[in-house]
Design a protein around this ligand. Sequence first.
Ligand code: CA
Length: 400
Amino acid sequence: MRVLLPRLLHRLHRPWTAVLTAVVLLASGFTAVSASGAESGCRVDYTVNRWTGGYTAQIKVTNLGPALNGWRLNWTYAGDQQVTSAWNASVTQTGSSVVAVGSGWNGTLATGGAADFGLQGTWRSSDPAPVDFSLNGTPCGGDGTPPPTTPPTTPPPTTPPTTPPPTTPPGEDCGNAVICSDFEDQTGPAPSGAWQFTAPDCQGTGTAAVDTAVAHSGSRSLRVDGGTGYCNHAFVASTADLSSVGPVMHVRMWVRHTTALPAAHVTFVSLPDGSQAGRSLRVGGQNGALQWNRESDDATLPAQSPVGVALSRPLPTGSWQCLRFAIDTTAPGLDTWLGDEQIPGLHADGVPTQDIDQQWLARTTPPRPTALRLGWESYGTGDDTLWFDDVTVGSAPLGC
Ligand code: CA
């Protein structure tokens, strides 16, 4: 195994390399474009995952010129793309002109050094990949001629990406969603009907109740007062059976909490998982940032390395936050959005990535969530008061 594993990982990575060094248009919606020239001082790999009306782009800029203390990448969109959010760089768009500026940990670029960042956007009529990149004013594509069109010699990854949510919120038309709750039908403080209090393993001082003082919509939400220590957890479970939701299960909730996520591991969403013999797929926090955790083997997404944690995000306190998940039940695909940002560290796909999903993909059986529980579970230290509202689970992508 000591020999086979690195070989396997190398093979798994190789298709990406091929995709990133050529132009390719694929039925799955991926487009990858390179613009480079040794004399021009920079190289850009621009990889797009598009769907109707929206796209994400992962961009790698490599500095082939003198070291840069502060970098700025400019390009022009030939279509009607509009950037809506970005990560690992500050991206602003004026008309069709876009500028990305590195900062903090990726603000400098040594000769031969590269920076990676990503963005999400919308488009209506067309979204061709840009070809006129320039780094600190120096064109990356030389004379601006289109990059080579040689197809890759190695096929791209066969795992389809999970479909990101639509960029137009569907409002509260829940369509065929299996869960669609604003808690307005709850009549008393004790959860009732489609929502039932549960303390799966043991019960202490944690509580959960319908709250009429704080709400994202209407006048009711679900309030959880979770205590520190394992037995002070408390959950409210939906009575809906989610075992046939899919193949990609989409979850959206609005959550508001009080205390920043602690260093210790905590959970606030627990999904009993048929592929873990009923143990849970969990969403919570560790090291101050959001994370996924698999109860059966305690794997985390992202890995809890400093790099991995930095690729996740804290859950802001004191305001309602839109949290969305896309859980592929047929392939190793998992995605997470906080507001409109797809969180890079909370993304699993078929290709192991160090600091992100390498540990997560050690288990190849896709999850099969069967139920939804909202609440609080602390395994060491960490308490919180949280509210949940406008919770939806279905087989179709969901807006905020
Ligand atoms: Ca409500």
